[in-house]
Write a protein that binds this ligand. Structure first.
Ligand code: GUN
Ligand code: ZN
Length: 443
């Protein structure tokens, strides 16, 4: 058994600040004892304490340790499409996203993109992600193969559509059923459970009833598969879906009537929801992935966080790369904060603790991983990112002068970037960056 003790200035949110208030922020200088990837001991250090630990010790105290980020909505085939500005959703899909997604028909290209994608997540400190895969089964295989090697916790699936995109991205029910079943067989539960399968119709606009029926069959072929899709992102999208599904009560009903909305479902965006939809989401235990930089970039709208919280809907954060502005969950947290400020009385005033929770614990719970990851408590996996801003950088200076812990966290969200992430671990394994060598301390 390998055991390492990490000494760190750690910030995390073991409880939900939307319920417990900003006191949910835990800021401590700690010794975290990690055995085979699990945190088995956690002790607050006494200031000035000298002989802090014995055995293998890694001293991270010149930086800040956060729980690994959890990205609940990110598109693997869109890494190279990041930065397409100036278009609403459907134009952006046609001009930026879909031409790039079509290139993943080439397995060699898909492998390169999969490596760039996983590397981008790890370098940003993201340790767990719910990933929108590719329309091509071979590219989904490439993603899972690379994810198995990279060490990240990835839930993903083949994206299914059979209309209104471009012909090379369309499938048919028989192919979708066969490819989906084979991918589930190969990847769901692989790598010790780090890899899981999510049934993924792109959105109801591009998915006929026949494909949604295949999704229903695939999802219910086992009792622990995941479901993800898009919902209520853009007015043109919503009105087209209403025309395509005249007998459905609302957008959510297009999924719900096929048994696709439950506690293992995550729906991205929901910028323009109806009250009935919020009630149904809450009752079913499904989560919403709020993607604030994407919503701003595409002009999709102002996410009504207050209405979600009032209805009791779980909300977590997603980058929505490539409509979103990169892999940084710190940036998403900051943009979520700005947006709620702009909403004035209708917005939710978010504290730094809320931002950290939305980027970590909320995502972990939305993905059913709340017992394993999301904070740095005993029993959790050592999934963490270590921020060490370059000496003299604005973040470095800001952290030195921050009057308190919550202020330090605010500065991290405002100023932190992937360039400040010195190391990222998943289950105690380094997946990006470099950590100091351990030293052996004898009693
Ligand atoms: N709706 C359907 N496909 C997409 C996508 O790729 N990105 C976003 N933001 N919304 C979508
Ligand atoms: Zn998306």
């Amino acid at each position: 058994m390998s055991a390492v003790t990490y000494l760190a200035r750690a910030l995390d949110t073991p409880t939900n600040p939307f319920e417990d208030g900003p006191g949910a922020l835990r800021a401590e200088e700690v010794a975290l004892e990690v055995r085979d990837g699990t945190i088995v001991g956690r002790r607050a250090l006494v200031p000035g304490e000298k002989a802090v630990a014995t055995g293998e010790v890694v001293d991270l105290r010149h930086g800040v340790l956060l729980p690994g980020m959890v990205d609940t909505h990110v598109h693997f085939p869109q890494v190279r499409a990041i930065g397409g500005l100036g278009m609403p959703l459907l134009d952006w899909l046609e001009r930026c996203a879909l031409p790039e997604e079509a290139r993943l028909a080439d397995p060699g290209y898909a492998e390169e993109v999969a490596d760039e994608f996983l590397d981008g997540l790890a370098r940003a400190g993201t340790t767990t992600a719910l990933v929108f895969g590719s329309h091509f089964a071979s590219a989904v295989d490439a993603l899972f193969e690379r994810a198995e090697r990279s060490g990240l916790r990835i839930t993903a699936g083949q994206v299914l559509s059979d209309r209104m995109l471009r012909p090379e991205l369309h499938t048919d029910p028989a192919t979708a059923a066969a490819e989906g079943a084979a991918l589930i067989e190969r990847w769901h539960g692989a790598a010790g459970g780090r890899l899981r399968y999510a049934v993924t119709p792109r959105f109801s606009l591009s998915t006929s009833e026949a494909i949604l029926r295949v999704c229903e069959e695939l999802l219910h072929s086992r009792d622990d598969l995941w479901f993800t899709s898009h919902i209520n992102e853009n007015l043109r999208e919503i009105s087209t879906v209403a025309e395509l599904f005249p007998t459905c009560q609302h957008y959510l009903d297009t999924y719900a009537r096929h048994g696709l909305v439950g506690p293992r479902s995550v729906l991205a965006h929901n910028v323009i929801p109806g009250e009935d939809e919020l009630r149904l989401l809450a009752a079913s235990g499904a989560a919403v992935s709020h993607c604030p930089t994407s919503n701003a970039a595409l002009g999709s709208g102002m996410f009504p966080l207050r209405r979600h919280l009032d209805a009791g809907v779980q909300v977590a954060l997603g980058t929505d790369v490539g409509a979103g502005a990169g892999f940084s969950m710190l940036k998403e947290g900051l943009q979520a904060y700005y947006l709620q400020q702009l909403l004035g009385a209708e917005g939710v005033p978010l504290t730094p603790a809320h931002l950290l929770y939305l980027a970590t614990g909320a995502g972990a719970r939305a993905l059913g991983l709340g017992e394993q990851v999301g904070d740095l408590g005993v029993g959790k996996q050592f999934d963490a990112l270590w921020l060490v801003p370059p000496t003299g950088s604005t973040l470095d200076t800001a952290l030195r002068h921050a009057p308190g812990d919550s202020d330090r966290l605010a500065r991290i969200f405002v100023l932190g970037t992937p360039a400040d992430v010195a190391a990222t671990w998943v289950g105690g394994r380094l997946v990006a960056g470099h950590a100091p060598a351990s030293t052996t301390h004898t009693p």
